[in-house]
Every structure is written in structure tokens, then in C-alpha cells.
Write a protein that binds this ligand. Structure first.
Ligand SMILES: *[C@@H]1O[C@H](CO)[C@@H](O)[C@H](O)[C@H]1NC(C)=O
Ligand SMILES: *[C@@H]1O[C@H](CO)[C@@H](O)[C@H](O)[C@H]1NC(C)=O
Ligand SMILES: *[C@@H]1O[C@H](CO)[C@@H](O)[C@H](O)[C@H]1NC(C)=O
Ligand SMILES: *[C@@H]1O[C@H](CO)[C@@H](O)[C@H](O)[C@H]1NC(C)=O
Ligand SMILES: *[C@@H]1O[C@H](CO)[C@@H](O)[C@H](O)[C@H]1NC(C)=O
Ligand SMILES: *[C@@H]1O[C@H](CO)[C@@H](O)[C@H](O)[C@H]1NC(C)=O
Ligand SMILES: *[C@@H]1O[C@H](CO)[C@@H](O)[C@H](O)[C@H]1NC(C)=O
Ligand SMILES: *[C@@H]1O[C@H](CO)[C@@H](O)[C@H](O)[C@H]1NC(C)=O
Ligand SMILES: *[C@@H]1O[C@H](CO)[C@@H](O)[C@H](O)[C@H]1NC(C)=O
Ligand SMILES: *[C@@H]1O[C@H](CO)[C@@H](O)[C@H](O)[C@H]1NC(C)=O
Length: 807
């Protein structure tokens, strides 16, 4: 600065009150143009030497100058020094100019060691003041200066200024340096020195009366060279405007002098830092604390040690390595780095007085995330009454230290669910209330040695036995505590089990059930019964569903089993044949093969004939006929008992419907009548169960007496005969009308071949994929005339003329 003044003087002398003027806007030699990050400041020049520094930005912040400070002559500026004249004895004044104004003139106003009480009254006539030094006057208030829009330096040291408001420096876009050292400042409004619009690089507020420093001044977003707040009475860092630290931006850099105060490390959360780690990373400040009258090493220190890396701590607190605690007592004189290295962070605590029970000591211990309530040896006879204190950041976790008291029981309290750890060693506890046990956290740590416990509440079965320490306590043997037997198996390591005494004899808890013959407690029983019954209910449900689904199959199988078991075997029964007549081959087969043979075997046969008796009350007749019969042959074909909407609409009395009714009667007779009946199913077209919509038919196909033409060993009629259990003596001679010689010799070929032919025709949409075809027959190789020859009447005909004609 001295050199600069010499320069001005030199300039003035050289020009002798004429203008120093050289037409050049180039940066002065040895400087480069520079403007701070995020700031719209032009006309600043930084020494080239800064480029070689570790941090050029930091260097420029402190060393950048305006042109007039370097060499007014080279900037074609005329620099004039202004003086003041007093206008009254009260310290009012005016600016006085010697010589005339010329273009491009800038002024320095300097009046130190005077009696000014206010700023000169005609200041607004000299708007081009770049520097004002009014040190050592009696100014009490900083006037509105916003019209001085080129002011760079404002020095008001040793005046009587008491406060600074947030509009004091508004409009002073070029202001770079403010010095207010040795004033009486008690209050600085937030955002007075640093806003997004202007940025002051030097702020000197040392030797004032500040007690608080707010976050906008102690951790500004802006860059600066230094802020000197040393030698005040600072005790608190505050954040009245809820300033928040923007963690996506670098804050600073800059040096902040906080020495000769009584500040503690601030609570970063309160200063708007949500994550302390961010503070370590994004705060590029250097705080200087030392020398410091007092530094309290309380719980806040823990967060700095825990969250911020040592290297960052050293960068932020430049003198971190030499900082010492002055309180609390047991830490006085200890260096922070020593404490950091020792790693015992349990010593960093903050006392809490709110809600702390009388005589007890309560503190927040962040290293364990607990609020400790310490009432050791205070002669308490009960657990303290609530409420108990809540820690910082709303921490609810309680650690109760209650050693060496006379507490007799653990009862329910309003804080019992907040306890994470409780030491009750050396009390007189004889029981723990159930309600208290139920309210406890499952991970509670309980120390209960040297008490008089007779039992543990059974709810403890949900707690971790490794966290419950009862020392050498001997319980009273009783069936109430038999659960401990299983519980203690969870004990880890070489901890021994629990003991109890019975009639003066001490034994392990595991022998209670042996010696006292305890019954299983209901609870245990339930614990075993409920899952078991759930499983069995599940199985039952499953079975029920399966049964419902396969009820017809089950019916059929049961009927078959019971008929096999029963003595009353069916012999030579009366037979009812149920068939769908719309398919030609089936009536033919029945008429020419089945019916004659049944007759020959001497069986009475009923075959419904519908075509001939319209209007007849057939249903009743069927019903009684079906009831009379003891055996039924159901010949399955594609349309048998199939509800086909189109055909039902067209022909109401279609055979399909008849087979439906018929089949229902037969089913009822076989499975619902209670009599033993025989049901033979001939799967004429080798249909699969899935073909039928009727679930009873499906079931029959699956598990019924199903015959089809694939079974080659015996002829179809022979098989039917076997099933019908026909005795030889019933064989009757053939009637004339029936031209079959021997039923045993009738071959299956007709039906077989026709089916084969049909199958070949329908091969494309074949639904029988896995049916066993005896040999591959080409359609042409089957002589169709054979059918015609054997059955001259191709039209499906009724076998008997009367409705039910017994043979
Ligand atoms: C930055 O400078 C430009 C041009 O000089 C001006 O228009 C703008 O208002 C300035 N912005 C701020 C925030 O001062
Ligand atoms: C100077 O101050 C005194 C008391 O404060 C006052 O009475 C007097 O009028 C003031 N003089 C002027 C010229 O303002
Ligand atoms: C000062 O500047 C004004 C215009 O800006 C001009 O008219 C005047 O001549 C200049 N005076 C001198 C002494 O250069
Ligand atoms: C200055 O402070 C007042 C309240 O004291 C506030 O209303 C105003 O917004 C502040 N101005 C700025 C620029 O922060
Ligand atoms: C602030 O002003 C005081 C008093 O003038 C001085 O001792 C101190 O060095 C200044 N601080 C800075 C950082 O220049
Ligand atoms: C933080 O900074 C980012 C980037 O500059 C900005 O977009 C965001 O609005 C800022 N957040 C706050 C809360 O100021
Ligand atoms: C907390 O209280 C204890 C005892 O009440 C005291 O010894 C200690 O100094 C206090 N600590 C702080 C940081 O106030
Ligand atoms: C227990 O507390 C009593 C006061 O209640 C005290 O006199 C005694 O020394 C304490 N004993 C232990 C072992 O702390
Ligand atoms: C720090 O500040 C936060 C937010 O104000 C508060 O919740 C917390 O309790 C404070 N911690 C301490 C130790 O004062
Ligand atoms: C077992 O007990 C002994 C003596 O009480 C102790 O020193 C040792 O550490 C224990 N071992 C384990 C695994 O707990």
C-alpha cells in the first residue's frame, strides 16, 4: 500500500495538478485481466506471478487490483486527493476540492484522526471516489453510499459504528475492501457483506463487540481473500435466516480469522449443512481459531472426527494440529489431534438438563448414539419417573445407569420402550412386571447381577439371552420359568446356564421340568398345535378340491370295489343297451351282432326304439325299463350325450337329447340307487375322455369298464359276455330271424374297419393321436361293399318293433 501511495504522490507531483493521461486500456505491465468465479467483476488485474502459485484463484483474490492502484497514469486516469472542511462544531463537514475538475478524474478522500461524526454532506458531488479513508473519527453510522459506484476501498477503522445493515453496501459493485476494525459493532445483519450481486474480498471487523456470527458471514458461498472477525466476543455461530449450505457448489475459498474469541466448533446442521461430509469436501475455507480463549470439546467434536476426514479437518481449521481443549475439565489441555488419534470418542458428550431426573447426570453420547441417564449410587428406590430427556437431533435411545441403588422392581414407565441398555447391578430387584417386559425393545441390554430376582417374565423368551446378564442370580424353581430351559440354549460362548433353588437345593434350570413335573404350558401347546392344525387343514382342503374334481371317478371306483367285494354277483342280468342312433354303424352293429348274441345267451334285452312311437310318454317308460335292468351297455359315440346347441335347436327330440336322459337314469341306477348294477361302456369310436363335456362320461372313460376295439386278445362280444357273467345253461337256440351261427366267431372287423376308414378320412383333424392302429390300411384297400353285403338294410333300423321288446 505504501508503494501505491508513493505512486499517486509521484503522479501528482509529476503532472502538477494536470492530468496523467495515456491512451491505453491494456492491462498494466506484469498483470492480466481477471474476474472472480461466478462474479461479474471486470476491471480487475491480477499479477502474472499468481499463475505460478498453488492456487492462482486464491492468489488473485488477495492480490488483484484495479488499474488506478497499480498505475493511474497507464490507465489514463487523473487521481485527485480530496479534503474536507468542517461546517460546524458538531463534526458536520463538506468535501473540498482544490483545482478544477477534468474528465477522467478519480478521487481519493482521506481524512483521518479528525472529528467527523457523519460522512461529508456533499459527497454525492464526487461520485468518482475510488477510495475513502475516514479512520479515527467519530462516525456512528455508515451513510447511504450507493451512488459511489466506483468505490473500491472503504476504511473506517477506529470509529463508533455500532451496526451494519444488509443494505449498507448495496450498489457498491466495485467495493473490494472494507475495514471496520476497532469500532463498536454488536450486530451485523445477515447477507450484509456477501450476496450474489457483490463480493468483498477483504472484510476486517476485528476488535469489535460481536458475540454471534451468522452463517452468511462465517461460511459464504462467495470467494474472498480474508474475513477478520478476530478479537471480538464471539461465542456462537448462528443461522437466523436459515441459510443452507448448497452441497453442489464449492464454497470459498478464503481465510476467516476467528482467533481471540470463545467460539466452539459449530453445529454444522444448525448452519444449514445437511451432511457433515459435504462440509469437509465443499467448504474451501481456512478458519483460524488460534489463539482462542476457550474451546469446549463436547459432543459436536465427535461429528467432526466421525464425518470429516483428517486431511479436510486440517485444511478447514488451519491450526487444527495445535488446537487444545480448554473444557470440560478432564479434557483441558489435550490436543485435538491426540484425541483424534486415540479414537476414544465416548468422551465427547453434551450435558442435557431438560427432563433430567434430580440428582442424575444426563448427557448425549453420539459415539454410542445414546442419551445416557446416569443415576449411579443415588439411593433411588424406583426407576425415575418419566419423561426422560431426548437427545440432539431428536435421539430417543436411552441408556440408564442405575448401579448401586435400592430399586425393587422394574415397572412399566413411559420411556421403557426407549431403553436400549440398562445397568441395574446391585439393586434390590425381585421382579420384573409383565407389562414392562412386553414394552421392552427386543434388543435391550440388561445388566441385573446382584439383585434378588425370583423369576424372569416369560416375555423374555423374545429377548436375546446374551444381552440379559443376571450374574450369579439364583431363581426360585417353579414351572413359571421352565421356558428358560430352552431359552438358555441360545447363550453363546462359555456362559453357564441359569440356576434356581428348590427347597434349599440349587439346581440348573434345565432340571425343573424333571423335578417339578411341570405340564406343558398352554402357550407351548398352542405353539405346536396351531401350525400342525394349519397344515392339516391345508391338506384337507387340497383333498377336498381333488375329491370334488374327481368325484365321479371316485364314485365309479368305489362302486367297482364294492361290487367286487359284495357276495351278490350279477348273473344273467337283464340288459339295457343305450346308444346314439344317428351314427349308422352303431345301430347296425347292435342289431346284427350284439342283440342276437345277447338273445342267444338267454338274456332279456331292452333297446330303446324311438323313431316309431312319436308322442309316447317315453321318458317314464325308459325310467322303469332302466330300473328293471341289472346291466347296462353304453355305446359311446361322438354325439352320445353331447349337448350341441345347433342340433338342439333344430331337432328337439334328437337322439342326442335322448341319450342324455337315458344316461342320467343309468347313472342314477348304477351309482345312486344302492343296488349293485353292472355298467359296461363300449368306446365304439375310441374317443378320449376329454371329448365328452359330461364329467360323468369322462370319469367313465377314465376308470369305468371300458371296452374298445383296440383290445385284440379277445373279441368284443366275448369280452361283453365275460363281463355279463353268463352261465352256460342259459344259452338258448337262435331264433329264425337271427342269422348268426356262433356269437363267439363274430369278428370285430366291421366296426373296426369302418372306424379305421373314418379315421383315415379325418386324419387331418385327427383327435386320436395315440390310438393303436393294428395295421396301416389304405382307404381303398378296404372293401366297403363288405358292409353292405352283410347288412342289406343300410338304414339304421330299430331292432325290435315294439318299444321294448324282450327277446
Ligand atoms: C453481468 O454483466 C453484464 C454485462 O456487463 C450485465 O448485463 C449483467 O447484468 C451483469 N450481471 C450481474 C449479475 O451483475
Ligand atoms: C450541534 O449539536 C447540539 C447538540 O447536539 C445542537 O444543539 C446544535 O444545534 C448543533 N449545531 C448544529 C449547527 O447543528
Ligand atoms: C469532457 O468530456 C466532455 C464530454 O464527455 C467533453 O465535451 C469535454 O470537452 C471534455 N472536457 C475536457 C477538458 O476534456
Ligand atoms: C435485509 O433484511 C431485511 C430484514 O431485516 C429483509 O427483509 C431484507 O430482505 C434483507 N435484504 C436483503 C438484500 O437480504
Ligand atoms: C484488520 O485490522 C486490524 C486493525 O487495523 C489489523 O491489525 C489486522 O491485521 C487487520 N486484519 C487483516 C486480515 O488485515
Ligand atoms: C445449488 O447449486 C446449484 C448449482 O449451482 C443450483 O442449481 C441450485 O439451485 C442450488 N440450490 C440451492 C438450494 O440454492
Ligand atoms: C457436564 O456435567 C458434568 C457434571 O454435571 C460436569 O462435570 C461437566 O463438566 C459438564 N460438561 C459440560 C461440557 O458442560
Ligand atoms: C453405593 O451407594 C452408596 C450411597 O447410596 C455409597 O455410599 C456406596 O459407596 C456406593 N457403593 C458402591 C460400590 O458404589
Ligand atoms: C445441531 O443442530 C440441529 C439442528 O438445529 C439440532 O437438531 C441438534 O440438536 C443440534 N445438535 C447439538 C449437539 O446441539
Ligand atoms: C470363557 O471364560 C473365560 C473365563 O471366564 C474367559 O476368559 C474366556 O474369554 C471365555 N471364552 C469365551 C469364548 O467366551
Amino acid at each position: 500500500m505504501q508503494q501505491l501511495y508513493l505512486l499517486y504522490v509521484l503522479c501528482l507531483v509529476l503532472s502538477h495538478a494536470t492530468v496523467c493521461k495515456i491512451a491505453s486500456a491494456q492491462p498494466p505491465a506484469g498483470y492480466i485481466s481477471w474476474s472472480p468465479r461466478n462474479m461479474n467483476r471486470t476491471k480487475l488485474f491480477c499479477p502474472i506471478g499468481c499463475n505460478y502459485e498453488n492456487d492462482p484463484e486464491e492468489c488473485c483474490l488477495c492480490q488483484a487490483r484495479e488499474c488506478w492502484e497499480i498505475d493511474p497514469y497507464s490507465c489514463s486516469l487523473a487521481l485527485r486527493v480530496l479534503h474536507v472542511e468542517y461546517t460546524d462544531i458538531n463534526g458536520t463537514s463538506r468535501v473540498l476540492q482544490i483545482g478544477s475538475t477534468v474528465n477522467e478524474t478519480i478521487y481519493v478522500l482521506k481524512h483521518t484522526d479528525g472529528y467527523l461524526t457523519t460522512f461529508p454532506t456533499n459527497l454525492n458531488e464526487y461520485r468518482d471516489i475510488v477510495k475513502m479513508d475516514l479512520s479515527r473519527n467519530r462516525i456512528k453510522q455508515i451513510a447511504k453510499l450507493s451512488f459511489l459506484n466506483v468505490l473500491s476501498v472503504l476504511v473506517l477503522d477506529e470509529n463508533l459504528v455500532t451496526y451494519i445493515s444488509n443494505d449498507t453496501f448495496i450498489g457498491l459493485m466495485r467495493l473490494r475492501q472494507v475495514s471496520l476494525a476497532q469500532n463498536l459493532i454488536r450486530y451485523i445483519e445477515p447477507s450484509s457483506f456477501f450476496t450474489s450481486e457483490f463480493s468483498i474480498f477483504y472484510v476486517n471487523i476485528s476488535m469489535n463487540k460481536l458475540t454471534d456470527i451468522d452463517a452468511t458471514l462465517s461460511m459464504p458461498l462467495n470467494e474472498f481473500c480474508n474475513i477478520d472477525v478476530s478479537k471480538n466476543n464471539l461465542a456462537n455461530m448462528i443461522n437466523p435466516t436459515a441459510y443452507s449450505f448448497n452441497k453442489s457448489e464449492i464454497h470459498g475459498p478464503g481465510k476467516i480469522f476467528l482467533d481471540h474469541n470463545s467460539l466452539n466448533f459449530p453445529n454444522c446442521t444448525a448452519l444449514g449443512v445437511s451432511d457433515w461430509t459435504d462440509f469437509g469436501e465443499y467448504a474451501q475455507y481456512n478458519y483460524e481459531l488460534k489463539p482462542q480463549t476457550q474451546l469446549t470439546c463436547d459432543c459436536i467434536i465427535f461429528y467432526y472426527f466421525d464425518k470429516i476426514k483428517l486431511s479436510n479437518l486440517r485444511r478447514i481449521w488451519t491450526d487444527f494440529d495445535t488446537l487444545e481443549c480448554s473444557s470440560p475439565e478432564h479434557l483441558a489441555g489435550k490436543q485435538l489431534t491426540t484425541l483424534y488419534d486415540e479414537g476414544n470418542y465416548d468422551i465427547f458428550i453434551c450435558n442435557i438438563t431438560i427432563d433430567c431426573p434430580r440428582h442424575c447426570h444426563c448427557y448425549d453420547q453420539p459415539s454410542r448414539s445414546n442419551v445416557v441417564v446416569d443415576c449411579e449410587g443415588k439411593g433411588l428406590t424406583n426407576l425415575p419417573e418419566g419423561p426422560l430427556p431426548v437427545g440432539f437431533w431428536g435421539n430417543q435411545r436411552l441408556e440408564l445407569r442405575m448401579k448401586n441403588n435400592s430399586i425393587t422392581k422394574i415397572g412399566a414407565t413411559d420411556y421403557i420402550d426407549r431403553i436400549v441398555s440398562m445397568d441395574l447391578t446391585g439393586n434390590a430387584i425381585s421382579f420384573i412386571e409383565d407389562s414392562a417386559a412386553t414394552a421392552m425393545r427386543n434388543d435391550i441390554e440388561l445388566n441385573l447381577p446382584d439383585n434378588k430376582l425370583q423369576a424372569l417374565p416369560s416375555h423374555f423368551i423374545y429377548l436375546d439371552p446374551n444381552k440379559i446378564n443376571t450374574g450369579n442370580n439364583v431363581f426360585l424353581c417353579s414351572c413359571e420359568i421352565v421356558w428358560i430351559e430352552n431359552w438358555q440354549y441360545k447363550l453363546l460362548g462359555n456362559k453357564t446356564g441359569y440356576l434356581c433353588s428348590h427347597n434349599g437345593k440349587v439346581m440348573p434350570v434345565s432340571e425343573i421340568s424333571l423335578n417339578l413335573q411341570c405340564k406343558m404350558k398352554n402357550e407351548d401347546l398352542f405353539a405346536k398345535i396351531i401350525p400342525a392344525s394349519l397344515v392339516s387343514i391345508g391338506i384337507c382342503l387340497l383333498l377336498l378340491i381333488v375329491c370334488l374334481h374327481f368325484r365321479f371317478e371316485i364314485r365309479i371306483i368305489l362302486a367297482r370295489v364294492s361290487s367286487r367285494m359284495s357276495q351278490a354277483k350279477i348273473h344273467n342280468p337283464k340288459v339295457f343297451i343305450s346308444l346314439d342312433e344317428s351314427q349308422e354303424e352303431i345301430p347296425l352293429w347292435v342289431k346284427n351282432d350284439v342283440y342276437p348274441c345277447l338273445c342267444r345267451w338267454g338274456l332279456i334285452t331292452c333297446i330303446p326304439c324311438r323313431n316309431f312311437l312319436p308322442g309316447y310318454r317315453q321318458e317314464t317308460a325308459y325310467k322303469s325299463a332302466i330300473r328293471e335292468c341289472k346291466a347296462y351297455i353304453v355305446i359311446l359315440s361322438k354325439k352320445y350325450n353331447q349337448q350341441d346347441v345347433s342340433s338342439t335347436l333344430e331337432e328337439e327330440n334328437s337322439t342326442t337329447n335322448w341319450t342324455k336322459t337315458e344316461f342320467s337314469y343309468i347313472w342314477d341306477e348304477c351309482f345312486n340307487s344302492g343296488q349293485t348294477k353292472l355298467l359296461i361302456v363300449v368306446n365304439f369310436e375310441q374317443l378320449r375322455p376329454g371329448h365328452f363335456k359330461d364329467r360323468r362320461l369322462r370319469a367313465l372313460c377314465r376308470v369305468g369298464n371300458v371296452l374298445d376295439f383296440r383290445q385284440r386278445e379277445e373279441k368284443m362280444l366275448t369280452r361283453i359276455k365275460n363281463m355279463l357273467n353268463i352261465s352256460q345253461q342259459y344259452q338258448q337256440p337262435l331264433q329264425d330271424s337271427l342269422s348268426i351261427v356262433s356269437c363267439d366267431e363274430i369278428s370285430d372287423t366291421v366296426s373296426e374297419r369302418t372306424t379305421l376308414v373314418r379315421r383315415n378320412e379325418h386324419r387331418k383333424n385327427s383327435f386320436i393321436r395315440n390310438s393303436v392302429v393294428p395295421m396301416r390300411l389304405e382307404a381303398e384297400s378296404i372293401p366297403m361293399f363288405e358292409v353292405t353285403r352283410r347288412y342289406p338294410n343300410p338304414k339304421a333300423d330299430c331292432v325290435a318293433n315294439t318299444f321294448f321288446r324282450p327277446s
